[in-house]
Design a protein around this ligand. Structure first.
Ligand code: TLP
Length: 353
């Protein structure tokens, strides 16, 4: 440990999430100079510009700037569904796992869970979950997909799978919402346009404040009609912001300047995954290291998550718990290749001792 601290600098290496990214200097400058107005009256020119840009990038009619991904997913459910409806989701999806049960507490829907393969649902399993008309059953109105899939380790749903699920859903008048918090990571990993990943879905949420480094904000996207209703639901939830152009200005830079560089995060994650997997007893499923996340299993080194993370923090390195025995590390704009080597060395020391 002492040697370690001597040979490596002590700057914090925060791998808990890409949500910890700080706004770039260019974002701060744009925020300072942003032209603003009251966005509840749709009079903020910078918000309007961001919404137009976002809709265009994803090839849909309209967009809505919202304060967070969680709010965006909730607004989508509120807008697509009625109370008592059933929605189909992957069992480990963020909407089910990490959004405080908002879909049930606020939107009044019940989740029906499908187990995917490394985050990717099998369209046939979804088809099997469709219900025939029966007086006892709830109405299934929505399928929610997640691309990239957080808990599966940042895995990508191939466009073919999304298309097949949308086709099956639409035949039954069921809609599809995509939690695309990291849709640009998926597009970069597949080397395709993000619009090619969302062609047939009815709505998409993506985050500006994760790998794209904006300080605050997400975007909800869909048809003009959907966004008009979503705008009202945003207001109902207390999410109508006023001079939000200050935030939207950073979002515009995020979309225009921060997408291509996600490649570096993916390369760093790969490096980290391979480095950790080479350590005795540490297990990384390299098949899941497709974007900017690395999940590893501590079971074989006889440690659990709660024992490991404080040890890592002593090296000034932070990770996220995936209890009981897993840890998630996320690469992002604030993480260099050198940080990756430092992290591998630190973990090597921890698991050796
Ligand atoms: N994910 C966060 C935490 O909530 C766990 C993270 O650190 O990864 N969808 C997906 C797929 C997400 O990963 C997240 C955030 C959200 C939605 C919610 O976004 P926010 O945090 O803006 O509400």
């Amino acid at each position: 440990m002492e040697n370690f601290n001597k040979s490596f600098n002590l700057k914090k290496i925060d791998l808990r999430s890409d949500t910890v990214t700080l706004p770039t200097d260019e974002m701060r400058e744009a925020m300072k100079n942003a032209e603003v107005g009251d966005d509840v009256y749709k009079e903020d020119p910078t918000v309007n510009r961001l919404e137009e840009l976002a809709a265009k990038k994803l090839g849909k009619e309209a967009a809505l700037f919202i304060s967070s991904g969680t709010m965006g997913n909730l607004i989508a459910v509120l807008t697509h569904c009625q109370k008592g409806d059933e929605i189909i989701l992957e069992a480990d999806s963020h909407m089910y796992y990490y959004e405080v049960g908002g879909m049930s507490a606020v939107a009044g829907v019940i989740p029906r869970l499908i187990v995917g393969n490394k985050g990717v649902p099998n369209p046939q399993d979804i088809k099997k979950a469709f219900r025939e008309e029966n007086i006892h059953y709830p109405k299934t109105t929505l399928i929610c997909l997640e691309n990239t899939h957080n808990r599966a380790g940042g895995t990508v749903i191939p466009p073919k799978v999304t298309e097949e699920i949308c086709q099956l859903a639409h035949q039954r008048n069921i809609l599809v919402h995509l939690d695309g918090a990291r849709i640009f990571n998926a597009a970069i990993a597949l080397n395709i346009e993000p619009s090619d990943l969302v062609k047939s879905v009815d709505s998409v949420m993506f985050c500006l404040s994760k790998g794209l480094s904006a300080p605050v904000g997400s975007i909800l996207i869909g048809s003009k009609e959907f966004i008009q209703k979503a705008r009202k639901n945003r207001k109902m939830l207390g999410g109508g912001m006023r001079q939000a152009g200050i935030l939207a200005a950073a979002g515009i830079i995020a979309l225009e300047k921060m997408v291509e560089r996600l490649k570096e995060d993916h390369q760093n994650a790969r490096l980290l995954g391979i480095g950790l997997n080479a350590l005795d007893g540490l297990k990384v499923d390299l098949e899941t290291v497709q974007t900017n996340m690395v999940n590893f299993d501590l079971q074989e080194v006889g440690m659990d998550t709660a024992q490991f993370l404080p040890k890592l923090a002593k090296y000034n390195i932070l990770g996220s718990p995936r209890p009981p025995a897993k840890v998630r590390l996320v690469t992002h704009y604030g993480i260099s290749e050198e940080n990756i080597f430092t992290t591998i060395e630190a973990i090597k020391e921890i698991v050796r001792n």
